[in-house]
Design a binder for this molecule. Structure first.
Ligand SMILES: *Cc1c(COP(=O)(O)O)cnc(C)c1O
Length: 426
């Protein structure tokens, strides 16, 4: 039944099917614990011989329903919610790599992920090679080592808005016997479904469009169930007995659910990072309207990008939906209905003009956030990157005239009027 539903319908109905007399809306099970009738019933759960709830760090009915909905939206077989997008990125890799292993990652990734990989996970003994998101197959092949365990990239990168050639990256990963993990935060499954192009694992910061209302930090990891962990001896954590779980072999016992079961049974057990059921409930409300909101974000962003491109005080606009953008063709292939509501652009007059522009906006909020239903703006050279010199800013791809605009779902006339009055003052 569920396979036949369209995405808009799944966004409302997948993951939770109330029975006769049960609440229509997903209940918040705000309970750390669950009650059992006998010690034997509980023992079966601890042996993973039976599925059921015993402690919310491992499983919770509200969290599981929301994870199942996101799995359905992505077309995956299983998913697990995490307390942040950062936790999702970390677990997605750490679930299959440890000290002595190596990962190939796109260099065009969220700053927090870059730091997680290049500093924190490096301390755990995992080595990363960063490659251009525009790499050719030959360049990708050259980045692999015998100990490479995965390839990681963003489908639409934050903040540089590069569009990944998912099929190319997936083919390279598979030729070297490893999965492709993609962070699909910006397009969301409404605009891009990476599993259809060969990606194996998808992660999200649900903090962005999925929540959409800027209420809850969260993340999710979704497994396509397509990667064959048994095809090589690269993934002993999944294919050989887990001594910390009575010698269970995840691929034997859980089949296509092996990767997510291991992430829950080992990583959640040992490291935590679960969302509160209340936050999962809020995320679910956001998911119900995700297809509607994303459609409006994209339509508004297209209009704003065209408006900015034609404006005399604007020196450049980066938006993959504009013909002539370097990623226009890839965006049409992988995200045919739109990319996201995020645009970056440069304003003539450098720091002074950018600051005046930002301070003059009335509707758009100044915020270190993107993908909110309310339009927001960030001037990195004056805020998150303000300690850098102009030369350093150019080196990290954030020139001193760059403004990042996250176009919301207000009426387009009000958004354009706000931009116009602010540009008039520059
Ligand atoms: C924000 C973001 C993250 C980190 O997510 P948090 O929920 O803030 O921890 C990861 N990837 C991308 C693409 C993001 O935009």
């Amino acid at each position: 039944m569920q396979e036949e539903m369209k995405l808009e319908t799944k966004a409302l109905h997948a993951g939770y099917t109330p029975k006769n007399g049960e609440p229509r809306v997903l209940p918040i099970v705000q309970s750390t614990t669950y009650k059992y009738e006998s010690s034997e019933a509980m023992a079966r759960l601890f042996d993973l011989a039976e599925s059921g709830y015993f402690y919310t760090r491992l499983q919770n009915p509200t969290n599981d329903a929301v994870a199942a909905k996101i799995a359905a939206l992505e077309g995956g077989v299983a998913a697990v919610l995490t307390s942040s997008g950062q936790a999702a990125s970390f677990y997605s890799v750490f679930n299959i790599a440890g000290a002595g292993d190596h990962i190939v990652a796109s260099a065009a990734i969220y700053g927090g992920t870059f730091n997680l990989f290049s500093v924190t996970m490096k301390k755990l003994g995992i080595d990363f090679t960063f490659v251009s998101p525009d790499s050719t197959r030959e360049e990708l092949d050259a980045a692999f080592k015998p100990n490479t365990k995965a390839v990681f990239a963003e489908t639409l990168s934050n903040p540089s808005l590069t569009v990944l050639d998912i099929e190319l990256f997936a083919a390279a990963a598979h030729a070297h016997g490893v999965p492709l993990i993609v962070d699909n935060t910006f397009p969301t499954p409404v605009n891009c479904r990476p599993f259809e192009f060969g990606a194996d694992i998808v992660t999200h910061s649900t903090t962005k469009y999925m929540d959409g209302h800027a209420t809850s930090v969260g993340g999710v990891i979704v497994d396509s169930g397509n990667f064959d962990w048994n095809a090589s001896d690269k993934f002993p954590g999944l294919t050989t007995p887990d001594d910390s779980y009575h010698g269970i072999i995840y691929t034997e016992q859980f089949g296509k659910g092996a990767y997510i079961t291991k992430a829950v049974a080992q990583l959640m057990r040992d490291l935590g990072s679960i969302p509160s059921p209340h936050n999962a409930f809020l995320l679910n409300l956001g998911l119900e309207t995700l297809p509607l909101r994303v459609e409006r974000h994209c339509a508004n962003a297209q209009r704003v990008a065209e408006y900015l491109q034609a404006h005399e005080k604007v020196s450049w606009v980066n938006f993959p939906g504009l013909p002539g953008n370097k990623y226009y063709d890839l965006a049409k292939k992988y995200m045919p209905h739109g990319t996201s509501g995020v645009i970056s652009f440069g304003i003539k007059g450098g720091r002074t003009a950018a600051t005046v522009f930002q301070d003059s906006l009335r509707l758009a909020t100044i915020a270190t956030h993107v993908a909110d239903c309310r339009t927001c703006v960030l001037y990195p050279a004056g805020t998150t990157h303000r300690q850098l010199t102009d030369e350093q800013l150019i080196a990290c791809g954030v020139p001193n005239d760059l403004l990042r605009l996250s176009v919301g779902i207000e009426h387009i006339d009000d958004i354009l009027r706000d931009l116009e009055q602010a540009l008039d003052k520059c």
